[in-house]
Write a protein that binds this ligand. Structure first.
Ligand code: GTP
Ligand code: MG
Length: 321
């Protein structure tokens, strides 16, 4: 491995497949531990080459079951697969989250699979950034394909586009009303639509409906979303789902969209990090810095409105020169 001796010990251990070093680094990233920075810095140049496949969709549509089925398929093909499940922020949806863990972690003897659950803590920019960092660690550890399962606050996670190279939106037959109203939004997100639970009635109709919409819409960046049908219970359609993902990955390479997408994601990552950091700093200084506290006092006294206060702060303190 060229350059390997210059890696910090923790980064080298990750490259060599040390699972404990990998788990420790992931925890450090999740906790915003400064110890993660040198490891991330050293590994970054080695990353950005593997498919990062996002699975999103309403609660209970079968995302985790599909993930299990896809992992099974890819393991048979000899690929090393990692999966990150971004938990919904509410701890009270715990039942199915626990179910996910049980379903996915039951491969204790297989070192070609790695599964990690991550808490999503409010700020979606923050989740996207730390998910991408964890994905980089997994890539550096030698995984060939990385999956991310998320449930967004609006049922489908828009932030998945900031993470994934290919986004799969999973739906079920008889799309509910809320999904109907989301449809336009779904087309902004989905590279692949999967109608799962196609063992239930109505799957064909749902798939046809989506196909029609996909044909009518303008293809985003030259790609028309693929529509597939799966059932994890039968099981059926799993290889076809993977084929659709690969077709999109190949499109990214042949069209030059991969570089453009990565550039946009990295720009979002930098600005997301910067704005959350500036936001924290401003909140802290509004109480600690005498001048800023006085400004806040004046806003509280209704002498200055919040927008003018923000304008003034931006102008005086934060404008990028
Ligand atoms: N009939 C049928 N049931 C399925 C299928 N796939 C999953 N299920 C069931 O749907 C339920 C939810 O499956 P999960 O895989 O946990 O769904 P999920 O989308 O990961 O759920 P959350 O992570 O809680 O949003 C479980 O009871 C599964 O057994 C399918 O293809 N057909
Ligand atoms: Mg799940």
């Amino acid at each position: 491995m060229s350059g390997a001796p210059r890696l910090p010990p923790a980064a080298r251990a990750i490259r060599q497949g040390d699972r404990r070093a990998l788990a420790r680094a992931i925890t450090a990233v999740e906790n915003d531990d400064p110890a993660a920075a040198p490891v991330m810095r050293a590994l970054f140049p080695l990353t950005g080459r593997v498919p990062l496949v996002g699975l999103t969709g309403p609660l209970g549509v079968g995302k985790s079951s599909l993930l299990s089925a896809l992992i099974g398929l890819l393991r048979e093909r000899g690929q090393r697969v990692a999966a990150i499940a971004v938990d919904p922020s509410s701890p009270f949806s715990g039942g199915s989250v626990l179910g996910d863990r049980i379903r996915l972690e039951r491969r204790p003897d297989d070192d070609g699979v790695f599964f990690r659950s991550m808490a999503s803590r409010g700020e979606s920019g923050g989740v996207a950034a730390s998910t991408r960092e964890v994905a980089r660690l997994l890539e550096a550890a030698g995984f060939d394909i990385i999956f991310v399962e998320t449930v967004g606050s609006g049922q489908v996670d828009v932030a998945i586009r900031e993470i994934a190279t290919t986004s799969v939106v999973v739906l079920v037959p008889h799309l509910g009303d809320e999904v109907q109203t989301l449809k336009a939004g779904l087309f902004e997100i989905a590279d692949v639509f999967d109608v799962n639970k196609s063992d239930l009635p109505g799957a064909e109709l749902a798939a046809r409906d989506l196909t029609e919409l996909a044909t009518l819409g303008t293809p985003r960046g030259g790609w028309r979303p693929r529509i597939v049908r799966t059932s994890t219970t039968t099981p059926s359609g799993i290889p076809e789902l993977w084929e659709a993902v690969l077709a999109h990955e190949q499109f990214l390479d042949s069209s030059g969209a991969r570089q453009r997408g990565e550039r946009a994601r990295l720009a979002a990552e930098i600005s997301g990090r910067l704005s959350s950091r500036v936001g924290r700093e401003v909140r802290r200084r509004l109480e600690l810095d005498a001048e800023l506290r006085e400004l806040l006092d004046r806003v509280v006294a209704r002498e200055v409105d919040p927008a003018s206060a923000a304008d003034r702060l931006y102008r005086d303190r934060f404008r990028v020169k």
